[in-house]
Design a protein around this ligand. Structure first.
Ligand code: ARG
Length: 624
């Protein structure tokens, strides 16, 4: 592969298309070299030259460089002899692609429209990578899917602040979204080698504790001292009653405010009650996390309380504080009319004070270079202000740090209104999860009764919870987080369309073909993988198309790393599973002359699907 070697210019390092799985980079380097050979003096101005084709039936990759290149050459009066149109520039680029390159299939190249170049990658290139991955298995276990070198070169320390429910309140659908999205974000980052701090920034320090403490002292004097059995339901009831007293009774309100101050100052009695409230809530949160396979480290608002004064002092020293009438300490930031309030007029600290302190702690003490906050979109302004204030304080180095808020939309009922139960209550998270699993159990029992299932009745609970929770998660993850969506059991549990249920069935079908291969045809895929004697060949277009999708995994990961939107994994998974179903429809697997290669292609597909499920925290099942 001849790369441009023009004096004074630095060509990109030669791309190693055999050892780096990025297909985009591989195709790009072929085009880079071709353009650089055609117009060496322009080589240093070239950016990315190719993109994945939007219509895969026309080609795998597309290069649109001919049009701007023509315009540039024309403007400089530098058009080579005989080149008078963008189409001719495109043809010249193509003519400079070495016939013996390892990536681009020369017969597939096609110049159309005003000068678009469409191409496919060579089947040998795909075969090589597929076989290499499969033969990298250790003892027959699912091989680790390779990642682009560019991704592996820069592992970061990332704080992901997610879930973060409030003590003494029940988790609601909003917290469910944050929890589901956050877990997927963490897994994606971890998969690329990042050191991820999964932080549960629980609301354990707000003003709600004043009224709860006041109410409990009055109505439940033994609370905090005895082992009375109070669960989260009891707490929610206390909360409601306390709130009522707070709103109605001025004295109660005053005492409550005093109790907040006492708590924050470390009063023993108040601390005891507070501690008990936290313990009860924590048990409840843990139950949800356990069910959904969520891992979190609690580091709530209270943790930062003692660190707040130093941060306020720093802002004061840097002359960034404006004291409002009444004495509140505020920080104004660009683009926002209202300020952040670092200290209230009564001397208390609030949400802003805590978040600024947490931000500094994460950058300094945790040495994180990327901070990701996942909450509903209404908190977008709050975080934008925090990020700007941090910038003003000089905490952020633009080249080094990245601060992001993923603000997600609202979950609505099927009527398009806020998600409520029939009686108008907010929906409890646990009930919602129970319902999804219950419906899944019913549908699996139906399959068993119709003799369509391979599982037995005693396996139903486990499979139903994997599929039910998976359905709830995927229904959320598959869309852009910023969008609102209607919560619909029927839609999320549909066996067709872009649902976890469809995907889990597709995966199980692959494993069932593999089992039949062993039972009826004595081909042991596991043995072949163990012996590292995998040889997949891709002669049918549907085989090649499936391999193309499998090999796009690495580029998909690189892409999702940019904005951390898990729907990119979902889109990939769904497209892959359509390629799988096209393959099994058009290519006979069992009993065909290509049976061994095709069974291995089935296993490769199952492996990539499993990896995606894993990234999304969806439990896969092998048999349904
Ligand atoms: N507890 C907050 C809520 O329920 C979310 C906290 C998000 N994280 C943060 N660092 N502010 O709305």
């Amino acid at each position: 592969e001849g790369s441009a070697n023009v004096e004074g210019l630095v060509p990109p390092a030669p791309f190693d298309c055999k050892n780096d799985p990025s297909m985009l980079a591989a195709v790009n380097s072929v085009f880079y070299n071709a353009v650089a050979a055609f117009v060496p003096e322009m080589a240093h101005t070239l950016g990315r030259l190719v993109e994945k084709s939007k219509m895969l039936k026309n080609g795998d990759y597309q290069c649109k460089e001919a049009m701007p290149l023509f315009a540039q050459l024309k403007a400089k009066g530098a058009l080579p002899a005989g080149v008078n149109s963008p189409v001719q520039v495109a043809q010249a680029i193509v003519a400079n692609i070495p016939k013996d390159n390892e990536v681009v299939d020369m017969d597939s190249i096609n110049v159309n429209g005003p000068g678009f170049i469409l191409c496919r990658v060579k089947k040998e290139y795909l075969e090589y990578h597929l076989n290499t991955v499969m033969n990298s298995s250790i003892d027959g276990a699912d091989p680790k899917l390779p990642l682009p070198k560019s991704v592996l070169e820069k592992p970061e320390t990332v704080v992901v602040d997610f879930s973060s429910p409030n003590i003494a309140k029940e988790m609601h659908v909003g917290h469910l979204r944050s929890t589901i999205i956050g877990e997927a974000v963490c897994r994606i980052l971890e998969f690329t080698g990042a050191d991820v701090k999964r932080i549960n920034h629980v609301g354990d320090w707000g003003t709600q504790f004043g009224m709860l403490i006041t109410y409990l002292k009055e109505a439940f004097p033994t609370f905090g001292h005895s082992d009375d059995d109070v669960d989260i339901g009891g707490l929610t009831a206390f909360y409601k009653k306390a709130k009522m007293r707070f709103d109605e009774d001025a004295d109660f309100k005053k005492t409550s405010q005093l109790n907040v101050v006492k708590l924050q100052a470390g009063d023993e009695e108040c601390r005891k009650i507070w501690q008990k409230l936290c313990d009860i809530s924590r048990i409840e949160f843990e139950k949800v996390y356990k069910r959904l396979d969520i891992t979190l480290e609690e580091c709530g608002e209270s943790f930062y309380n003692p660190k707040i004064p130093a941060v306020i002092e720093e802002f004061e020293e840097k002359k960034l504080i404006q004291v409002e009438e009444g004495g509140a300490k505020c920080v104004f930031v660009p683009k926002h009319k209202i300020p952040l309030m670092l200290q209230k007029s009564d001397g208390g600290f609030g949400y802003d004070s805590t978040d600024m302190t947490a931000l500094k702690y994460r950058l300094n003490d945790l040495a994180a270079t990327r901070l990701v906050y996942i909450t509903d979109f209404t908190q977008g302004d709050h975080f934008d202000m925090c990020f700007r204030a941090a910038d003003k304080a000089g905490w952020v180095e633009p080249k080094k740090h990245r601060l992001e808020h993923i603000g997600f939309g609202t979950v609505q009922g099927e009527d398009g209104k806020r998600f409520k139960t029939r009686s108008g209550e907010t929906v409890r998270l646990v009930d919602l999860l129970d319902e999804a699993v219950k419906r899944m159990e019913e549908s699996l029992m139906e399959r068993i009764n119709e003799k369509k299932a391979v599982i037995t009745e005693d396996q139903v609970p486990e499979v139903a919870s994997a599929m039910g929770y998976g359905a709830v998660k995927y229904f959320d993850l598959r869309r852009n987080p910023t969008s609102n969506y209607k919560f619909s059991y029927d839609e999320m549990l549909d066996t067709r369309g872009n649902t976890a249920i469809y995907l889990l069935y597709a995966h199980a079908r692959l494993e069932s073909i593999i089992s039949k291969g062993l039972a009826d045809h004595k081909i042991d895929v596991n043995e072949i993988i163990k012996n590292k004697s995998v040889k997949i060949t891709l002669d049918h277009p549907a085989e090649r198309n499936l391999a193309l999708h499998l090999h796009m995994f690495a580029d998909m990961i690189e892409e999702v790393l940019q904005d951390l939107y898990p729907y990119r994994v979902c889109d990939f998974l769904y497209a892959l599973s359509n390629a799988v179903s096209d393959f099994v429809t058009k290519c006979k697997v069992l009993g065909s002359p290509e049976m061994e290669s095709r069974l291995l292609l089935c296993r490769s597909s199952a492996i990539v699907m499993r990896q995606c499920f894993e990234l999304l925290a969806i439990r896969h099942v092998d048999r349904i």
